[in-house]
Design a protein around this ligand. Structure first.
Ligand code: ADP
Ligand code: MG
Length: 702
């Protein structure tokens, strides 16, 4: 229970050693105003007290902990301010210490010929080593304290103005001299704590700052991470629940003629088991009263388009329109062409919209859309713009959604008047499990985990310039048996001209081996006009051009089953998920396909890891996990650790297990008691409310 005058709520300036000036500094630099704020800044690592460096081993730049004797101390008069120097001796050597500020005060606190433990950073200047501003503690005193010393993130201003590491530690230490277990409100449900054998809040906070040993440290960090992720999950799940309650979905009761005729007359292949299962899931969703918000994950080439198409037909069967959004003009065009082709003869009106559709055509399209004449609209994000109004939009599909922000997803909701349309989000970029549980935690997830039959794994190899002639020969062989080849150049962000130069140069070299009298080469780059791009694309899709030279504009979605070789130039410049996407452009038919990763002979460690991973596996999920490890969670597409999720201690890359546990318990708890009304959940509920007001922007995630 909360205690009257709970010290946790007290202002930080009343803590011993703080005072008004330092309190202001803490507020400005760290956002700390109360004791509670202060102990919620966790150390990011610890210095191990039991391990000391030896002076003979240390070098300039090292941060060290030394044990030895202060053998002398003297003030040196300089211009203006005086400085303090001392000599420090350990069993292996001797080093000079210097203090430029606070010389008098420091001189008074230090005792010559006593044993000290010293922390500091070695400075080496012209071969002479010294330690500026070391932190010193009498060895006799230090040994009584914890074995691990917390190290907190700091700022320049803090260090300069008397709140260095030691001062920070002292403040936290003083705080824990006052705090008692009864001051902490336990926010975790008692049942869950017992089941998971979690330490209590007091222990967790005390041990995270001053653990005596590894066990205490890991108990504390486990509990705090669990707490953080558990409340994160409660929030996500509640957002989802609220949305389900607030918004009723359109009810598509039947599967009618469009769907059935397509299935019987048009479908050219047997659906895979996974495709059938996912279509069933979608049907069930759209048939219930709930609005569907479903994420469809399936590796490149797994056949998501057909799932989207058949889902759209269900909407049509129920008297509604549907739309499909793609991230690029080329991809949208391709969807438009192939879907128009697949639906031929069924009497369905399909239209295309992008920024390049203008004037009269555009106005007419808007009119036909509004009066319901158009059944399916396929296009780019132009579909999201305000003038685009449907008569009755029943289903919106977005393909490769990582290019569509959350806000845009929300925009789709407004495109139907009475009830929001069902939403299907498709992606081949595998979303690591942790992200699926957080950023996308409010979406239902369907997975296509099976490729159409007969696909052969793509053979991926790593080559350098030395192999060029052999590669050309191989290309010629493949082209001779009717296959096609992609050659992709990286986009160079700093320089648009450089992209073009690379591409142009590559193209011209290629002409030496593939003369225009015998071969056709299509060229696509990001800066071409849409119409030209489309023409070039079309030359390749139709098979007229045997080779396609492109920048990464072909990255997502493009489907030319006859292409059997993907050559990626300068492959070290690409990220893993991009490489995987690009590779996915081949291997879409039954023939053996190849992906050739071209790099310079010398590679950085990370580039090497990426290339190795690509050569080792075709599995997108495995690749996504490696990607996350290499890049760290801070860099995950779309989700900054600090931005949306704002995590203090848990790490979405390394704490997958805890995240799963937290989600599991959050789901169970809400199933049992959705509003957390049980008396023993009072603190949990109050804390959750507090978090919600703190993170109001959160509602926008849905
Ligand atoms: P992605 O999931 O990458 O979007 P697509 O939907 O473009 O994949 O499908 C890739 C290729 O596989 C297309 O040529 C498509 O016609 C084909 N395909 C899809 N499903 C099947 C299936 N069940 N059997 C055979 N081929 C299929
Ligand atoms: Mg696709």
């Amino acid at each position: 229970m909360a205690v009257a005058h709970n010290p946790l709520k007290q202002k930080i300036e009343f803590v011993k050693g703080v005072g008004e000036a330092k309190a202001q500094l803490l507020k400005a630099e760290l956002g700390v105003s109360t004791i509670e704020d202060m102990i919620n800044i966790f150390p990011f690592r610890y210095d191990d007290r039991s391990v000391f460096s030896l002076l003979k081993d240390v070098r300039g730049g090292d941060s060290v902990q030394l044990k030895g004797t202060l053998v002398s101390l003297k003030k040196v008069k300089g211009k203006g301010r005086s400085r303090l120097t001392g000599m420090f001796k350990d069993p292996s050597g001797i080093i000079e210490l210097t203090w430029f500020q606070g010389a008098k005060w420091i001189a008074d606190t230090l005792k010559v010929n006593h044993e000290y433990i010293l922390y500091g950073k070695i400075n080496a200047y012209r071969g002479k080593r010294s330690i500026p501003h070391p932190e010193m503690e009498l060895a006799s005193k230090a040994e009584k304290q914890a074995a691990f010393l917390p190290v907190y993130a700091s700022t320049d201003a803090l260090t300069r103005r008397g709140l260095g590491m030691r001062a920070r530690r002292n403040i936290v230490q003083h705080i824990f001299n006052i705090l008692r277990p009864s001051h902490f409100i336990e926010v975790l449900p008692p049942k869950i704590m017992a089941m998971l054998k979690l330490c209590n809040a007091y222990e967790a906070y005390k041990w995270i700052h001053f653990p005596q040993n590894d066990t205490e440290r890991s108990h504390a960090s486990n509990r705090l991470k669990f707490e953080e992720l558990f409340f994160l999950q409660l929030r996500i799940l509640q957002v989802k629940k609220t949305r389900e309650l607030k918004f009723k979905g359109l009810v598509f009761e039947k599967v009618g003629n469009f769907f059935n005729r397509f299935f019987k007359e048009k479908l050219e292949f047997e659906l895979t088991g996974a495709q059938k299962r996912v279509i069933k899931e979608i049907r069930a969703d759209m048939g219930s009263e709930r609005q569907m918000n479903r994420l469809l994950q399936g590796d490149v080439g797994s056949g998501k388009t057909i799932v989207a198409l058949m889902s759209m037909l269900i909407a049509l069967d129920n008297g509604y329109q549907a739309c499909l959004l793609a991230p690029t003009e080329i991809l949208a065009q391709q969807h438009f062409t192939s879907i128009t082709e697949s639906l031929k003869g069924l009497g369905i009106h399909i239209a295309f919209l992008s920024g390049s559709v203008k004037g009269k055509v555009r106005r007419e399209l808007f009119r036909f859309l509004k009066d319901g004449h158009i059944d399916i609209l396929i296009g780019t994000h132009a579909i999201l713009e305000d003038p685009v109004q449907f008569k009755k939009l029943g289903l919106a599909v977005t393909d490769e959604q990582h290019r569509f922000g959350v806000a845009q997803r929300a925009k789709l909701w407004t495109k139907n008047k009475d009830r929001p349309p069902h939403i299907l989000v498709m992606t081949a970029t595998p979303i690591p499990r942790t992200l699926a549980m957080t950023t996308y935690g409010d979406l239902e997830v369907s997975v296509i985990d099976e490729l159409p039959p007969g696909r052969k794994p793509i053979n991926t190899v790593h080559k350098t310039e030395r192999d060029r002639m052999r590669i050309i020969k191989f290309m010629k062989e493949e082209i001779a048996i009717g296959h096609q080849v992609y050659i992709v150049y990286p986009l160079i962000e700093e320089s648009a001209t450089l992209d073009l130069e690379n591409l142009q140069q590559g193209y011209e070299e290629l002409l030496n081996y593939f003369p225009l009298q015998e071969y056709q080469i299509a060229v696509v780059n990001g800066r071409m006009k849409a119409a030209d791009k489309d023409m070039e694309m079309q030359r390749f899709v139709s098979g007229k051009a045997q080779i396609m030279v492109a920048t990464t504009v072909i990255e997502v979605g493009v489907n030319v089953p006859n292409a059997s070789i993907m050559i990626i130039e300068n492959a070290a410049r690409f990220g893993l998920s991009q490489l995987h996407q690009l590779r996915g452009r081949v291997g879409r038919g039954a023939e053996q396909s190849y992906c050739i990763l071209m790099t310079k002979p010398q590679l950085t460690h990370y580039a090497k890891e990426r290339i190795k991973t690509m050569c080792r596996t075709n599995n997108g999920f495995e690749i996504a996990e490696v990607d996350m490890k290499l890049r760290g969670p801070g860099d995950l597409e779309g989700t900054q650790q600090s931005g949306v999720l704002d995590l203090k201690i848990a790490n979405i890359a390394s704490d997958v297990k805890i995240m799963q546990t937290a989600r599991h318990f959050a789901i169970e708890l809400l199933a049992e008691d959705p509003l957390l009304e049980a008396p023993e959940l009072y603190n949990t509920k109050m804390y959750l409310e507090r978090l919600k007001t703190k993170h109001q922007s959160w509602g926008r995630i849905s």
